[in-house]
Design a protein around this ligand. Sequence first.
Ligand code: PMP
Length: 759
Amino acid sequence: MMEVKRFLEKNYGFNVDEINILEGYANINYKVKNASGSLFVLKEYTNNQPLFNTLQAETRVLMKLNNKLRDKFPKPVANLSGNFLTVSDDNLKKVYRLLKWVVGDFFYQTEHTHQLFSSFGKFLAMMDMELLQINDETIEARRMDWDLQYLTEIDARKDYIDDPNLRKYIDHFFLQFRENVLPVLPILRKSVIHNDANDWNVLVKNGKVTGLIDFGDMVYAHLIQELAVAITYAIFDKEDPLEWAALIVKSYNQVIQLKQEEVDILYYLIAGRLCMSLINSSKAKEENPSNDYISVSEKQAIALLKKWVQINPEKAKTVFRKAVGLKPLKIESVSSSIIKRHRFISPAQSVSYNLPVKMAGAAFQYMYDAYGNTFLDAYNNIPHVGHQHPRVVEAGQRQMARLNTNTRYIFDILAEYSEKLLSKFPEPLNKVFFVNSGSAASDLAIRLAQTKTGFKNVMVLEHGYHGHTRQGIEISHYKFGRKGGKGQAGYILKTPIPDTFRGPYKKNDGTAGRQYAGLAKDLLKEGSAPVAAFIAEPIVGCAGQVPLAKGYLKNVYPVIREQGGVCISDEVQTGFGRMGSTFWGFELQDVVPDIVVLGKPMGNGHPLAAVVTTDEIADSFDNGMEFFSSFGGNPVSCAIGKAVLEVIEEEGLQQNALETGHYFLKMLNELKNRYEVIGDVRGNGLFLGVELIKNIEILEHHTQLANHLKNKMRDNFILISTDGPKDNIIKMKPPMCFNKQNADIVVDRLSKLLTSYHT
Ligand code: PMP
């Protein structure tokens, strides 16, 4: 300290009264009080030419700002030779500068009020009015890590984020930045900006923002970036971050009129800054693990990021547009959108809910409608690893830009993906045929079985559904046996669903399974010819999420095989880890099928499906007739399918299905204990059903209540559906990233709706 004291006396000619080191900065800062009580900060840097130039530029900017706006920014103090930078005597290794202390409390220490936030926007705009006038070549040429316009250039640094369940949000917002921000940036105005108005740099007096320090991150960038950075830190820990952000935007706009294109990208810029902050802090943490400050701000940033993804970007746009007096986006009403749709699309393609949802976007387990609402998706199992999962999207984009062809050519990703997919199956399931839909897959599965066995007949389960092709309908009682169906074809044997809640046999310790299997056996005996195949889902979705009675398949499969047929498990709904305890549904029943039908979740929404079978069955199919699917197994599909499997593994989604599913089931069972109308709660992992009944004695279906709940939940922005022969079962099969808090929300809403339904 003595040295510093001497340095100040020698170079600045003042008597030092007190010196303290300021913590938390990369360079060394001293707080200095002189004999007359004035406060200063002395900054010490390791000297180099680019830094020296930057510091000179900073001095120029600070002098200009101080000329216009007094006592708000650090004012450079000249040394005795009249220079603002003082170079050390020891071979010019160090460079120093002295700044006048700016008085005030830090933003993070003060009470956050609307007045404070409004004053913040105004303050920033007043500063930016001055900065807009400045042309400075040094700053314009500057490239630094914290410059949001170059966010995507730190892509490789995302690897510092170890947690895949955090990384996915960062990848998501990088992708959204690329899609929504980069194309707009070239038309936006630029300026010198402070670029770091975070809550540790902003100073407050009497409830208003009055000062700003640390101009070390100044860059020449898009003006709107200034606001994005400031808002990001100001809204940490806020219940309603968007409303607080709007206060800053509104008051800023009173001084500098913002343009529509600027406010429209703010949502993504704020998210981008959060990502940047997390990436850079992870890097810093790796370099300096003991720094507590990094961890504190990191926690807040993660919490905000997870909250931000739940905000519909359209809502953010509307809120920010309103804040600057711009009209909201004009969006066609749902009713006129429906009219338009019906001009082209048959009403046979039904739309869910009394009030249909017009979707505009989605992220993970959240879906955004066109009107700014966010829906919690507790229903859609096709976006298995989460809606628009960035890993999957990027895998598709990349491969689509490189090569998309068909399986008549050799491309490595077909074998790579097949190997990875087949590694998930037990022996002897080791061949795969790729197609584009579950229907095409079940159709092919039946053909394989019929070709292998030479038989035609097929045994199916009551209420089962396997596809919409002609073959699919014929093997789906859910279709042929219901409205519009043509009844059971001659070659179909329909065996009763082994339902231990509704069926005749209820002892689910293996007894009922054996009894139901007995019924299948009897049916086979009665049949005129052996069956080529028996097809069933391990949990029958369209029947209303009915798990097969314990031991059922273990008793049925041998009977089918004995008479020369093969066993098909339709895993379109139940596969890929959704069961939690197992990767495939058939594993719940401790059997290995001969053919497995895959679909829905396989491509996370990309049309990708497959049939997996044994060498023997695949060989028998190679009878001279080529099997070719134009799109099946194309490189883009393979890249996407592979990414889906990788994400399931990396994000531990099967384990999540197990834990969250277990919790969800427990909460639903608690609900069942409270409401008599809930007759049964069932399922595995994240594949659940809640059966609603009017009367427990006769199990009278409560279709009306199921319909009421489905629609009311939708009105409460939660997506669920109903199914079953009487449509009285609530079906839940959310994206696999669904969490316990999400489950709580669903159960809480259901509970409220059930209570109000009764009273
Ligand atoms: N099998 C099952 C069990 C299904 O649930 C479905 C679709 N709901 C299909 C097959 C048919 O799949 P896709 O709609 O892709 O043709």
